[in-house]
Design a protein around this ligand. Sequence first.
Ligand code: NCD
Length: 306
Amino acid sequence: MRGRDVLTITDFTRQELEALFEEADMMLSALKEGRRLRVLEGYVLATAFFEPSTRTKLSFQAAMLRLGGSYIDLPPEEVSSRAKGENLADTIRMLDSYADAIVIRHRVEGAARFAAEIAEHPVINGGDGTRDHPTQAMIDLYTVRKALGKIDGLTYGVLGDLKYGRAARSFILGLSLFKPGKVYLISPPQLACRRDVLEFLEERGVEYEEASSLASVVGELDVLYVTRIQRERFPDPAEYEKVRGSYRVSLEALKGAREHLVVLHPLPRVDELAFDVDATKHAWYFTQAAFGVPVRMALLKMILKG
Ligand code: NCD
């Protein structure tokens, strides 16, 4: 893993992800026991987020600090040289010369790959447009493994904006590296999963079914992955209005769910996941967000040190 870029989840093998999860388990124990680690002492991570972020950016920064390393953060557009018209390539070149690795988030698909072609140091994709969010998928799969002890053989429902959501897309692709029992792709028809993802599932022999409502499948699920509608990605606001509020996971919607059902959400949530689910055993999404730190610690260690 040393020196690797992290651009899309399918660049990784199941074995590599399993090794990452084992490393993350060790990081989690260290965090729980309050053990201070210095594995990345002297290392610097650059975080370059050209799109809003709370969890991804802060958990990468926390992960670096927890390993004894440090980070530098690209300032918002108004107060960095981008306001003077600096291009992305030059910005990346600079970060590459200041840091040992770069995490980038950008609204343009392929921006992370572009950065990786310029930078000598590893580039981690913290989300590019509607396409990839590989480290989110790593966290999501890790959470399933922690909650249910395995990833294989389970029945999954992925609900929401499967067209524009990079977290949903990356989770679905990530599942295909394992042997899920069945994957239900649940969305309003306008937000259905893209053809390339379905083809990938077919190639990998993953059994999937598209569904338009949660109600018809909720009783079968072991894991329900909920996502928000990616309003900012819609080319036409009128199209957003047509699907807005078209699904909502609440206590009522989970009647008939299996007792052990694990509800995940990459967050932020808007109105698709009701607060009344938070107090139930199904709610794993805050734990999932918390796992962002140990999983990203494990990844940074593996990439920077091997
Ligand atoms: C996601 C993202 O930015 O793609 N958030 C995250 O990183 N946890 C999901 C989203 O914005 O809906």
